[in-house]
Design a protein around this ligand. Structure first.
Ligand SMILES: Cc1cc2nc3c(=O)[nH]c(=O)nc-3n(C[C@H](O)[C@H](O)[C@H](O)COP(=O)(O)OP(=O)(O)OC[C@H]3O[C@@H](n4cnc5c(N)ncnc54)[C@H](O)[C@@H]3O)c2cc1C
Length: 164
């Protein structure tokens, strides 16, 4: 696919395609998000990338996986009636209700996934400049604020741990 796409584009593309073909650790994947109306069916539920991958472009995948497992474990929690269907149904519904707004914020990429894959020379120049300047004063604090604000945009409940 890459060879077909980049054939004849010049620069070092030919060398890079040859090196990729010979590399034993070549990595190639799509930038995609997982968006589902429901993460649970019966007693089966999804957590992390499987349910709500925000794409590596978001920088939020690990936060989502950790927050999701914390909420899921906390809502299932120590139950006086064990893992009855009623308790599991309620816990999975609460997990969805608490987690879904956070997933929405983490999946909200500033210019969508396509914005990170420039398709023209001018878009490549603009993207490179944006990446360069967002790491420098005075724009750095705005970029940091965007990510930190998203990461912290959920108030986690305190769960009571099971008595030992
Ligand atoms: C290139 C790249 C860069 C990234 N950069 C960042 C970043 O900067 N910041 C960030 O927060 N996140 C980043 N992420 C995203 C982050 O890695 C994921 O969001 C996170 O690992 C999701 O955790 P998870 O536990 O849901 O899934 P995973 O980490 O994918 O874990 C799933 C596990 O299940 C195992 N598995 C799969 N099928 C089966 C099976 N049938 N039986 C048993 N085991 C199975 C897999 O082997 C894997 O170990 C990046 C991801 C990629 C690909």
């Amino acid at each position: 696919m890459l060879a077909d796409r980049f054939i004849g584009v010049g620069w070092h593309a030919g060398e890079l395609i040859s090196a990729a073909a010979e590399a034993d650790d070549f990595y190639f994947d799509a930038f995609a998000q997982v968006q589902m109306q429901s993460w649970s069916r019966g007693r089966v539920t999804l957590c992390g990338d499987a349910g709500y991958c925000a794409s590596p472009l978001s920088g939020m995948g690990t936060s989502l996986a950790l927050v999701g497992s914390y909420l899921l474990g906390g809502e299932l929690g120590p139950a006086p009636d064990g893992l009855s269907s009623e308790h599991v149904d309620g816990a999975l519904a609460s997990y969805d209700r608490l987690m879904r707004p956070y997933v929405g914020k983490c999946q909200d990429l500033p210019s969508g996934v396509d914005g990170y894959a420039p398709m023209s020379n001018s878009d490549i120049v603009i993207t490179a400049q944006v990446m360069k300047w967002m790491q420098r004063w005075p724009f750095r604090s705005f970029a940091a604020k965007k990510f930190f604000t998203t990461a912290d945009s959920i108030a986690l409940p305190e769960y009571v741990t099971a008595p030992s």
